[in-house]
Design a protein around this ligand. Sequence first.
Ligand code: NAP
Length: 255
Amino acid sequence: MQATARHLFILTGASRGMGRAMAGQLLAAGHHVLTLARHPDEALAARADAAGATLTQWATNLADAAPVATRLAVWLGEQDGAALASATLINNAGVIPAIVPLRDAEPRDLTNALRVGLEAPMLLTAAFLGATRAWPGARKVLNISSGLGRRAMASQAGYCAAKAGMDHFTRCLALDEALAPNGAKVCSLAPGVIDTDMQVQLRGADAAAFPDRGNFEQLKSGGQLTSPDDAARRVLAYLARPDFGTEPVADVRAS
Ligand code: NAP
């Protein structure tokens, strides 16, 4: 009898919003999932048990990603890579700093958003690609970006910069990996607008500092936000496409 193919997913920001929904769907499919967020989730553990899936949760602060990246490389070194059909890193955690013009930004708040949104994905990606380079199965990196990485918005300089940086390092990565034997497929994907805490933050911003606040209110009142479950389904379907990685920067809404 043929053994079932095993797939490993490493997912950041799995405790809330779209990340939590993705974790649930990956576990329901029976995959091995390692989650990284500040707050582990008992309910996810129960879902893993129910599905017979393997779940490992790390309570980690991605604002200090260097030790987390080192830990990830060590952990991956302990896995049986040859037995896996695929290994995927999903950099999903993200932070919107205070929604104010850059001149009013508080240094610690801005640093946190840049570290979680850009530095951590780069360090985790480096650790993942280095530790799995000899693994024979498919390897993928999915960076969760945003339309705001491609479109400027007032009072969003920190968030826009982190996502633009994510898009551009993914373009570089695609070139690196194209030259490597069994190189990873990589994509920085905008997931659409999703009904999560992040949208609550945008609608709750000071209108005087945020000219776009009304647009976010209209998205909610007009029923135009995607549910976290639907967004997760679309993103995971994109990840599973045979042509994943053909475009290093993409938008799920264009697929
Ligand atoms: P969310 O509900 O605000 O959840 C953010 C996640 O990031 C949480 O699980 C949080 O976990 C984690 N996180 C934040 N700071 C962290 C830290 N210091 N260390 C570790 N984990 C941290 O976000 P979302 O709306 O689901 O967004 C998911 C992704 O989609 C983000 O990259 C976001 O930029 C992107 N996106 C969202 C929208 C939207 O409309 N919502 C639109 C475009 C792009 P803990 O708090 O437990 O640490």
